[in-house]
Design a protein around this ligand. Structure first.
Ligand SMILES: [Zn+2]
Length: 270
């Protein structure tokens, strides 16, 4: 009888214990359900995908381990899983390859090492989807703005998507405040929009999307103009750091240098 009583008590205690455990578990599950963790802070998402989400919020919705989800419901694979040489990455990249070489934002030490071309690897379908799939589609996305309204007043056109034209307008306004010895580098432009392949290649230039600007060619150096790849540059930091601040990378930091060239690539600067 007494043994029975004790065993009943023990059963009761263990049941109460179980009940408490169940309650704790369901309570913590309920808490997780109510706190939705934004997918772009999920540590399982590759850093490159996280950078893309941060850089292009107008177009991109979310990502998982290897897929980018666009706001229009379409998807893109991040890593195609293929091993590639540098030339193969240029000719046939995936989104992941765009982050293969880290762009040195801010202070840096020239010259760039062999094939150090951060930003030259671009997955074209990604840019076509945002900025336009053809010359006429890109033209339809272009707006006019005034470059350096106080001191130059040059009318230019650039892509309005991702606020690119607005950002260039802002850069021009900042250049209005520079002393004359620095203004000379940016008082003219060799152009923004030109649907074309990069010289000597089948790859589209970012000028095709009207998201790149060439500044004054008089003070510029380009590896194809030189007899060899010996690095040359005349563009001072006061110029390229303003572009970088607004999301534009500089071709002057490339082994295949193009010191007049700036293109909107915020994913490489965030
Ligand atoms: Zn250019």
């Amino acid at each position: 009888m007494i043994l029975n009583f004790i065993s009943n008590i023990l059963i009761l205690i263990s049941l109460l214990g179980c009940k408490e455990n169940v309650n704790l578990q369901s309570g913590s599950q309920g808490k997780n359900d109510s706190i939705k963790i934004p997918s772009n802070t999920n540590p399982d998402i590759p850093i490159g995908l996280q950078k893309l989400l941060k850089a292009y919020p107008d177009f991109l919705d979310s990502a998982d381990e290897n897929t980018l989800y666009w706001k229009d419901g379409t998807t893109m694979i991040y890593d195609d899983g293929k091993e590639k040489t540098f030339d193969e990455m240029l000719d046939n990249p995936d989104l992941e390859d765009m982050f293969n070489i880290e762009y040195p934002k801010g202070d840096w030490t020239p010259p760039p090492g062999e094939n150090f071309d951060p930003g030259r690897i671009r997955y074209d379908p990604f840019f076509k989807k945002m900025y336009g799939n053809s010359a006429s589609e890109v033209s339809g996305n272009m707006v006019t703005f005034v470059w350096m309204p106080e001191s130059v007043g040059l009318k230019l056109q650039a892509n309005k998507m991702n606020g690119v034209a607005e950002k260039l307008e802002q850069i021009g306004k900042e250049f209005d405040n520079l002393p004359d010895n620095l203004k000379k580098y940016v008082t003219s432009s060799a152009g923004i929009f030109n649907w074309r392949t990069i010289a000597g290649t089948d790859r589209l230039s970012t000028h095709s999307f009207a998201i790149a600007i060439d500044i004054n060619t008089k003070f510029s150096d380009y590896w194809r103009w030189a007899k060899n790849l010996k690095y040359k540059n005349q563009i001072p930091q006061e110029i390229w750091e303003v572009f970088e601040k607004h999301g534009f990378i500089w071709g002057g930091k490339w082994y295949h240098y193009d010191t007049m060239h700036f293109e909107y690539r915020p994913e490489l600067l965030n």
